[in-house]
Design a protein around this ligand. Structure first.
Ligand code: LLP
Length: 421
């Protein structure tokens, strides 16, 4: 459920017409709903009620500090994967003891930053990384709390580019090697083992792969405890999918996910962390763009819009589907037409949808790409010297620009011409 609904013939974000925002900030833009962000966070948080837990929002999904603040105010922790994300979390007012640091390639500088500023734990992904973290912690005269990310070798049954839990993926250490790696960690005085971490992929639409992975984690927990390690925390990663197509069956509910976690892991008495990103932000955002031209091609009509693959890369990168709706509600009974919806960038990959049946629209009309709140703005680039598009946050009948569109001067002035030219 989200808060982008038609009211009186126009698409609104909560109580603000999207057309009003377009008139104020120009197109294209991203628009987020505070109420949807809050609702999703609460659903996830409540799904773990009764267990000692912390929901660490995977801020890579949408990392504007205004979004982080909305979630942090509800008690969210953060899952960060870079020094930049760590600093964003801090800028949003999140304290270090609520920040988990993930990622397969943390640098020594990032480790230092987090150790100095405070961190809940590092989710370590390899023995060489463990050695570096140990060294950095000792240099700073401190001890780094860690989990080790294990790769359980389960098939997440999702798009190959976002599956992470198979042995051929670069993530984590093979679960079969875990006891050895934990023994190694225990010998390093700059590290303190606090738990186990696992994350098997993103946009999972079935609980079974999670269940298989968590069952393996439970077995490992017993073994590691028997080996004398203190396992007080299980970080279960993110990955629960969202409904992208209204016409498709909905993925499992957070509540069912919570029940499964309790069934598989509840007996261990561990604190549970989860790292949802898409589940919280995905359906809390839309990208609004304007139709520039309706171009009749051979046997197909192209809708050329002012948003492009640099603004929303998911269709080009993962063949992702985003529902597309006109901002003016079609009158009931309007027959759909079929379009290829494309951006202005000079490559065929700049295609949002092929042969999409949707209500007829004209040049000048606004359309919205739904479910664009996660991995939308954060993956945008300035390809074709197209400015990063603004982000707007709505709350009730108010809206605010939470990141403005840069000017061309700002973009161009970041370049410098060497003195020899
Ligand atoms: N934790 C870790 C360690 C992760 O690598 C990820 C996502 C998450 C949590 C959050 O996963 P989520 O709950 O959002 O599924 N750009 C892609 C998705 C990449 C996901 C990468 N890792 C897309 O647009 O579909």
């Amino acid at each position: 459920m989200d808060h982008f609904l038609y009211q009186g013939g126009a698409l609104y974000a909560e109580d603000v017409p999207l057309a009003e925002i377009a008139a104020s900030v120009g197109t294209p833009f991203y628009c987020y709903s505070t109420a949807t962000l809050e609702r999703h966070f609460k659903l996830v948080d409540e799904a773990l009620a009764g267990m000692d837990h912390l929901v660490c929002y995977a801020m890579k999904a949408a990392s504007n500090i205004a979004i982080l603040k909305v979630l942090a105010d509800l008690g969210a922790g953060m899952d960060v994967v870079s020094g930049g994300e760590y600093l964003r979390a801090k800028a949003a007012g999140v304290s270090g003891d609520r920040i988990v640091f993930s990622g397969v390639g943390k640098t020594a500088a990032e480790m230092r930053l987090a150790l100095e500023g405070g961190v809940r734990q590092f989710n370590v992904e390899s023995e060489p990384e463990m050695e570096v973290l140990n060294r950095v912690a000792l240099e700073l005269g401190t001890v780094a709390p860690i989990t080790v990310r294990v790769n359980p070798d389960v098939d997440a049954k999702t798009h190959a580019k976002i599956a992470t839990g198979k042995s051929e993926n670069k993530f984590g250490i093979p679960i079969a090697k875990a006891r050895e790696v934990y023994a190694h960690a225990a010998r390093l005085p700059g590290l303190r083992v606090v738990g186990i971490d696992v994350h098997i992929g993103s946009q999972l639409t079935d609980l079974e792969p999670f269940r298989q992975a968590y069952r393996k984690v439970a077995e490992l927990c017993d073994l590691l405890r028997a080996d004398g390690h203190e396992i007080i925390r299980l970080d279960l990663g993110g990955g629960l999918g969202i409904p992208y197509e209204r016409s498709n069956a909905a993925p499992p509910l957070p509540l069912d996910y919570g029940v499964m976690i309790r069934e598989e892991l509840g007996h261990l008495g561990c604190e549970i962390e989860i790292e949802p990103g898409r589940l919280i932000a995905g359906n809390a955002g839309v990208m609004v763009t304007q139709v520039l031209y309706v171009k009749q091609g051979e046997g197909r009509d192209f809708l050329i819009v002012d948003g492009a693959m640099n603004d929303l890369i998911r269709p080009a990168m993962y063949d992702a589907h985003h529902d597309i709706v006109p901002v003016i509600e079609p009158v009931p009974g309007t027959e759909n037409r079929v379009y290829d919806v494309v951006g202005p960038v000079c490559e065929t990959g700049d295609t949002f949808a092929r042969q999409r049946a949707m209500p007829p629209v004209q040049a000048g009309d606004l359309i919205a790409f739904r479910s664009a709140g996660a991995y939308g703005a954060v993956m945008a680039s300035e390809y074709n010297t197209r400015p990063l598009i603004p982000e707007v946050l709505v709350r009730g009948d108010q809206f605010a620009v939470i990141r403005r569109r840069p000017t061309f001067d700002e973009m161009i002035n970041r370049d410098t011409i060497p003195q020899w030219l």
